[in-house]
Write a protein that binds this ligand. Structure first.
Ligand code: WT7
Length: 651
């Protein structure tokens, strides 16, 4: 039952504990709770000195920094006065080592074509493309929009921008012309990089065509560089559009990395948040680079013989930090895959793991729930014994999905790192270190060294153990966002005004008796039933623990009596969506959590509305549950037909 707390009620009862195996821990670089604790305590005693020392060791400095942190809340400058280059740290830094001929990228296209690039080869490709960018007039401080399929050239383009001090703004290949134009205009993009197309579920996504449409409304864009990928016909505008390969014909393969100020902007990445116009999250050079590198090494316990696969797209922060910048700075071998997880069959991921002998797999809960729905036989066809570590990111993982991942994919052998972070944080903030911290399904466990979170109530006062409240960060960290592009007011208002002196993450969380953090969902999504404040993830996890439920979303809708009533949207697996099942699910939640969490409405649906990055859009569901039209931003919605279907059920 619920504990009445005054904050968010904690109703989740998850007591299973999974310590790392002796074998895993003994080989890990941080192999015991004591080792983690020691590092954590040392960092906490003087976070600035801790990061200063790492900054010194881990990055190449053309010119040394003279101050570790200048903190003029909410404006941070890390490694002040120093000059470095992210592309140098990812590439050149390895060239005089034995990693020179190590594979940096193993790539597989959706049709099954393959390419590999060693560090030396990637370096030379990046230099050449950096020169190509220069040849169309791109220089330091210019913004380059990147709207490309998941091919090696996408990573090459990002690194080439970083090499010359241009600022990339990667736009996920599923976004519309309108969204591209908005982003081009907000950032005053000078150049757009795209391709004739990309492969998705056996079909060509016509990227260039979408860019052409966007450019009708993007007055700042002067040139477009087009990669040939799918060989479909595209229109080329004379004087504006260039073929990627043509530009490469005339360039040198030497392009020294430009020494850049520590705080030179590295990229802008637009995130919609859940309402309003997309905001351009700004990340800069040295602090971001250090943070991506160290968190990659800590969380994935990286070893030189790992084949690491992060299934995200480079259009998201996960792709920036954990496909490109973190792994490459650390000298890892990263697998990159272009296409859909269910093409040609629902076993494509497991086929890739087996074929490439992947040792570390990092994916999203939404994907895991899809795999569960598609059936275990797709997994069982493949030998997954190369895997040693699993990770998740993007949403909370329902404990039942966690257990499935642990048993079916990890054969109960691989630790799971549930990583909590945000586009704004630049890198992972809370996660198990897999050799050191025993996991609990559904908890992101503990903060990384140098990260000092707190959970507070609306007055900013810390809440007690197991009480839900706002998750804040009490100290600056090197990977933190440096602002919202062109919108200082929004930056201050959204992250720094609610709890003075602290970064407001926008999530609710609680911390248990072992110091483990449990994310309870977005602050805006809290459901208030008769004064009990419930978190969405807890109701959803109770539903997902029912054998007939594949996925669930819980929202609060207005209720005259209770303030809010709980409405849930459910996709079923292996069962008929009957009235009996509705009653059974209501009773199931009641049994799992208690009477106050019993849903008033249960609606069945074939799919839930999600952002393109796979997050459930509860805000839209709330509107549907209340029967009001949605007025918020739907530009990130993956599939509009889902909304239409859900609305149709109202009739
Ligand atoms: C929001 C950030 C982090 C890169 C991808 C998403 C939710 C993320 C977890 C997790 C519970 C999580 C939070 C967060 N979230 N990871 N492990 N457990 N919730 O980045 O699009 O900026 O979203 O995603 O609500 O605030 P993003």
């Amino acid at each position: 039952m619920s504990e009445q707390t005054g904050g968010i009620d904690n109703v989740m009862q998850e007591t299973r504990l999974f310590p790392p195996s002796e074998e895993f821990a003994s080989a890990a670089s941080i192999g015991s709770l004591e080792a983690y604790q020691q590092l954590y305590d040392q960092a906490k005693a003087d976070p600035v000195a801790f990061w200063g020392e790492l900054g010194q060791q881990e990055l190449h400095w053309f010119e040394p920094f003279n101050e570790i942190l200048q903190w003029d809340e909410p404006y941070a400058k890390w490694f002040v006065g120093g000059k470095t280059n992210v592309s140098y740290n990812c590439l050149d830094a390895h060239l005089d080592t034995e990693r020179r001929d190590k594979l940096a990228i193993i790539w597989e296209g959706e049709p099954g074509d393959k390419r590999t690039l060693t560090y030396a080869q990637l370096h030379s490709e990046v230099c050449r493309f950096a020169n190509a960018l220069k040849s169309v007039g791109v220089g330091e401080g210019d913004v380059v929009s990147v709207y490309m399929p998941m091919v090696p050239e996408l990573a090459i383009a990002m690194l080439a921008c970083a090499r010359i001090g241009a600022i990339h703004s990667v736009i996920f290949g599923g976004f519309s012309a309108e969204s591209i134009a908005d982003r081009n205009n907000d950032a005053s993009a000078k150049v757009v990089l795209t391709a004739d197309g990309g492969w998705r579920r056996g079909k060509v996504l016509e990227l260039k065509k979408t860019v052409d449409e966007a450019l009708e409304k993007s007055p700042t864009v002067e040139s477009v560089i087009v990669l040939k990928r799918t060989e479909n016909a595209v229109e080329m505008v004379e004087g504006r559009d260039y073929w990627w390969h043509d530009l490469l014909d005339n360039v040198d393969d030497d392009c020294p990395a430009k020494p850049l100020d520590s705080e030179a902007p590295l990229f802008i990445l637009y995130t919609s948040g859940s309402t309003g116009k997309p905001k351009g999250i700004k990340h800069t050079t040295a602090g971001y680079n250090l943070y991506a590198k160290k968190t990659f090494e800590w969380v994935f316990d990286h070893r030189d013989d790992d084949i690491y696969w992060c299934t995200a797209d480079c259009g998201w922060i996960t792709g920036h930090s954990y496909i490109v910048y973190g792994p490459l700075s650390a000298g890892a071998t990263a697998l990159m895959y272009e296409g859909a997880p269910n093409f040609p069959e629902e076993d494509r991921f497991w086929d890739l793991v087996e074929k490439h002998q992947v040792t570390i797999l990092y994916t999203a809960p939404t994907a895991i729930r899809a795999f569960i729905k598609w059936g275990d036989h797709h997994v069982e066809k493949h030998d997954l014994s190369s895997l040693r570590l699993l990770g998740t990111v993007g949403e909370g993982i329902n404990p039942e999905a966690w257990i499935w991942y642990h048993e079916k994919i990890g054969s109960e052998r691989c630790p799971i790192v549930d990583t909590w972070w945000q586009t704004e944080t630049g890198g992972i903030m809370m996660s198990p270190l897999p050799g050191a911290i025993a996991t609990k399904p559904g908890s992101c466990t503990k903060p990384l060294p140098g990260i000092i979170p707190a959970i507070v109530d609306e007055s900013g006062a810390p809440v007690g153990q197991n009480q839900g409240g706002w998750l804040v960060m009490t100290h600056p960290w090197p990977g933190m966002l440096r602002g919202i592009w062109g919108d200082d007011e929004r930056f201050k208002d959204q992250y720094w005004s609610a709890v003075p002196g602290n970064y407001l993450a926008g999530d609710n969380a609680r911390c248990d008796e072992d110091g483990y953090y449990w994310i309870m969902g977005r602050i805006d999504d809290v459901i208030n039933v008769s004064g009990h404040r419930l978190s969405t993830i807890e109701v959803e996890s109770a539903l997902v623990s029912h054998p007939s439920v594949a996925e669930a979303a819980a929202v609060g809708r207005k209720d005259d009596l209770k303030g809010q009533a709980i409405a849930v949207f459910v996709t079923v697996v292996g069962a008929e969506p009957t009235e009996e099942l509705k009653q059974e699910l209501k009773q199931h939640v009641r049994n799992e959590i208690g009477a106050l969490a019993q849903p008033d409405d249960v609606r069945f649906t074939n799919a839930l509305p999600k952002t393109r990055s796979g997050k459930i859009m509860r805000r839209l569901l709330k509107d549907i549950a209340e029967g009001t039209e949605s007025v918020g931003d739907t530009s990130t919605l993956e599939d509009y037909s889902v909304l239409a279907q859900l609305r149709a059920q109202d009739e």
